[in-house]
Design a binder for this molecule. Structure first.
Ligand SMILES: [Zn+2]
Length: 209
């Protein structure tokens, strides 16, 4: 996919996420690797109405070189690109159910989206909770860097998910899968659950790595 096609695809997928309620107002930001740097959604932009030509372009050093001013949460994206070689896209949302989970006092910080169904294991893997910092505080990026690339996705406490992947479409699908699993977990709060077993998870990790 060339840069023009990727810009169009980013606008199309962003609008789709917005129209289905995964993002409201100017919440959420999406980035993708291009040959000579990165594309990222502009600051205060609405995912429902992105103009492909105005999507921010960053060079190899994450310096803004073209388009509108980039999202101020760019450091969340950079932390994944820096620590997970082969990352081609990052999606950050404030989607309702994943954010609801991120506000629960007693979730397991090392596995905050437990394996309720196979799909989150296949598309996202284990998800780490990153402690709360105010939006725009680069220390959240530092905490993701400290994970050393061991997690493809994190949940920012009281804020929302950040998901990385090899390319844009698959990463958007992974973020959707994370949200759907979070929805099931919130819906089932208080119910006695039958999770996938460690053997089930190991089998999935082997089959879909
Ligand atoms: Zn955010």
């Amino acid at each position: 996919m060339n840069e023009t096609q990727l810009r169009d695809e980013m606008a199309r997928l962003s609008r789709s996420l917005f129209e289905r309620g995964y993002s409201v107002g100017s919440a959420g930001n999406i980035s993708a690797r291009v040959e000579d740097g990165w594309l990222i959604t502009p600051t205060n932009s609405c995912l429902g109405t992105l103009d492909p030509a105005r999507i921010s372009k960053l060079d190899e050093t994450f310096k803004h070189v073209a388009g509108d001013k980039p999202s101020k949460e760019v450091f969340l994206h950079r932390a994944f690109y820096d620590t997970r070689p082969g990352t081609g896209a990052v999606v950050h949302l404030h989607s309702t159910y994943a954010t609801a989970l991120s506000c629960l006092a007693d979730i397991n910080p090392d596995d905050c989206i437990p394996p309720l169904t196979p799909y989150v294991v296949m598309r996202v893997g284990r998800v780490k909770l990153v402690p709360y910092f105010r939006p725009g505080d680069p220390r959240s990026g530092g905490l993701i860097e400290e994970l050393g690339g061991r997690y493809a996705a994190v949940l920012l406490a009281n804020h929302g998910p950040v998901v990385s992947g090899k390319e844009l479409t698959a990463t958007v699908y992974a973020a959707e899968e994370l949200e759907e699993t979070a929805k099931l977990l919130v819906t089932l709060q208080g119910a006695k659950l039958r999770m996938l077993t460690a053997e089930n998870v190991a089998e999935l990790e082997q089959a879909f790595k």
